[in-house]
Design a protein around this ligand. Structure first.
Ligand SMILES: [Fe+2]
Length: 215
């Protein structure tokens, strides 16, 4: 190969080599707002971002609780519960993306990594081991209620700040999804007979319950 073309050959390979191990300063520190032209005050964006990051950390935690329980569930209702837990996992996963992208749209930074989520979430840490189904469901219900409580407070705050987009997300997505999932879970903890109905009411008891319902 002539000398010139050898040099060109090397230069060509050089140009196509990936530039690895690059590090630089962050372009936006966590907690700072990169203002966007969305006609909202910076203080409003900052407040909504802070609130949404709390709901995000708790929603990521609840989503992961569903996957844990999807894997670890046991008992004669295994198949239906295994599928239900995964359905709720998917719905919570959708919420995670919706909340995170709202935070970015407000000029904020969404919390993302497991260690930051664990530090921020208010949902109590779960044991690593396997638990009985009623315990799994109880833990999920408590986590849902925590999220519903904070989401309602934050929705009212967003409305007061005229941040309609955040209010709508909290009400239409977070609150409605969580309320519906609570219903689907809670019905599993109603202690009704599976095969044989309870003893019918005795004749003595029957009039009693009638007058009770008339009251
Ligand atoms: Fe699965």
């Amino acid at each position: 190969m002539p000398r010139d073309s050898k040099t060109n050959h090397r230069a060509g390979a050089e140009r196509s080599r990936p530039v690895l191990h690059q590090h630089a300063r962050e372009i936006q520190p966590y907690g700072k707002i990169a203002r966007l032209p969305i006609a909202l005050d910076e203080s409003t964006c900052a407040q909504s971002v802070e609130n949404l990051n709390q709901v995000l950390a708790d929603t990521i935690t609840l989503r992961d609780m569903y996957k844990k329980h999807h894997w670890q569930v046991a008992g004669h209702t295994f198949y239906q519960i295994h599928l239900l837990f995964d359905k709720h996992y998917e719905e919570q996963n959708e919420l995670v993306d919706t909340i995170a992208e709202r935070i970015q749209a407000l000029g904020g930074i969404s919390i993302a990594m497991a260690a930051d989520v664990a530090e921020t979430s208010l949902i109590p840490r779960l044991p690593r081991g396997r638990e009985e189904l009623p315990v799994q469901i109880s833990r999920l219900l408590e986590a849902h209620e925590l999220i519903l409580k904070e989401a309602r407070t934050m929705a009212r705050q967003a409305a007061e700040l005229n941040d309609d987009g955040t209010n709508d997300l909290l009400v239409s997505d977070v609150i409605r999804t969580n309320e519906l999932e609570v219903w689907f879970l809670a019905e599993h903890l109603v202690d009704v007979p599976l095969v044989k109905a309870d003893e019918p009411a005795t004749e003595k008891e029957a009039p009693k319950s009638k007058s009770a319902s008339a009251r």
